[in-house]
Design a protein around this ligand. Structure first.
Ligand code: COA
Length: 187
């Protein structure tokens, strides 16, 4: 299903002034999105500790990653397209390799910085969870490097609850980072 979102006014959190959001649409990712998905993700690898990858991915490696997804099932990836470009994506992936974990997925979302607070994140997760509702998925887990108030506000607004924080489990840019675990009930 393709969801077309028309221009709308949203309120920026700080300062609370109206900002115009450009139209975008939400759809399942296609193989030909992989270069754009790679570039979007690599920007976060190179400039933030939001992801614990240390080196940028090649497009070829991202193509392998893309093979885990389908338009139905527990593992899906959807994109927000704006001005004919991929401006964000959200996906559900295997949480842990052992089979009893299969009804749990890890969800991840990246929206390009220039589009933040424009409603793309909300539209992406809304569509991802609408799809996951049809699947045999019981729990979703989000793993958030701290600090990340935007991601915490975002995930809490989708019904994720904080279940614990691991202390200094990642090292990137020469320092250690804490990671918070958030859980959402789907059934
Ligand atoms: C987290 C992220 C996906 C949110 O996407 P977005 O398109 O900016 O979010 P939206 O405009 O759809 O906002 C939806 C809701 O999220 C919450 N939210 C978004 N940004 C927030 C912020 N900076 N502070 C607090 N809450 C925030 C709000 O509840 C917001 O609803 P509201 O606008 O009605 O108040 C985006 O900030 C992002 O890509 N961040 C970098 C990558 C990242 O951290 N990913 C998560 C990894 S765990």
């Amino acid at each position: 299903m393709t969801l077309v979102v028309r221009p709308c006014y949203t309120l920026a959190r700080s300062p609370r002034i109206p900002v115009l959001s450009q139209p975008f649409h939400i759809r399942p990712a296609r193989e030909d999105d992989v270069p754009a998905l790679t570039a979007l993700y690599n920007q976060y690898i190179e400039t933030t500790a939001i992801t614990f990858d240390l080196e940028p991915w090649t497009v070829e490696r991202r193509r392998e990653w893309f093979k885990q997804f389908a338009e139905s099932g527990r593992h899906q990836v959807i994109v927000a397209e704006q001005d004919d470009e991929v401006a964000g994506y959200a996906c559900s992936t295997k949480f842990r390799p052992k089979a009893a974990y299969d009804t749990t997925v890890e969800t991840t979302i990246y929206v390009k910085q220039a589009a933040h607070r424009g409603g793309l994140g909300r539209a992406l997760y809304t569509e991802l969870f609408r799809r996951l509702k049809r699947e045999d998925v019981h729990r979703a887990i989000a793993i958030i490097t701290l600090p990340n108030p935007a991601s915490i506000g975002f995930h809490e607004s989708f019904g994720f609850h904080h279940k614990g924080t691991l202390d200094e489990v990642g090292r990137k840019f020469g320092k250690y980072w804490d990671v918070a675990w958030y859980e959402k009930m789907l059934t």
